[in-house]
Design a protein around this ligand. Structure first.
Ligand code: SF4
Ligand code: SF4
Length: 127
């Protein structure tokens, strides 16, 4: 089955992407480029562009619903890695379909083949 994320990006332009601030501190093992983040509070940071509407993560390249990519894919944050289009049993992820609906994209169908498993989504999202 094709990966729908490569022609979507809706979650990257719908949800706030926030994470524990050390994920953006290279001296503490963080991988997210700190210049692409903003402080959220004393423990959390967020991807630039995701705190205010219209939401659009600064790292998203392309047009939502067209060809998209994450410009920091290998360095993306934990919430980006955790959002999957489908649940383990093949049901579409509700959060994914909610973001897609907000951008006028159709919901994903349940998948019948074997899911790729965690960490294989090109454009996962956040919290
Ligand atoms: S996880 Fe869902 S909303 Fe996010 S890019 Fe993939 S298909 Fe789109
Ligand atoms: S996957 Fe990439 S483009 Fe999408 S929210 Fe995360 S950092 Fe931004």
């Amino acid at each position: 089955m094709d990966n729908p994320c490569l022609r979507c990006g809706a979650c990257c332009a719908h949800y706030r992407v926030s994470f524990y601030w050390t994920e953006a501190d290279p001296f503490l093992g963080g991988s997210v480029p700190p210049e692409l983040t903003v402080p959220l509070n004393h423990t959390r940071a967020a991807m630039r562009g995701t705190l205010h509407t219209p939401v659009r993560c600064v790292a998203l390249d392309g047009e939502v619903g067209g060809t998209v990519s994450c410009t920091i894919y290998p360095h993306r944050s934990s919430p980006c890695r955790e959002l999957e289009p489908w649940e383990e049993d093949g049901r579409p992820n509700e959060r994914c379909n909610r973001a897609r609906a907000a951008h006028g994209l159709p919901p994903l169908d349940p998948r019948t083949d074997k899911p790729l498993g965690p960490g294989h989504t090109p454009l996962p999202l956040s919290a």
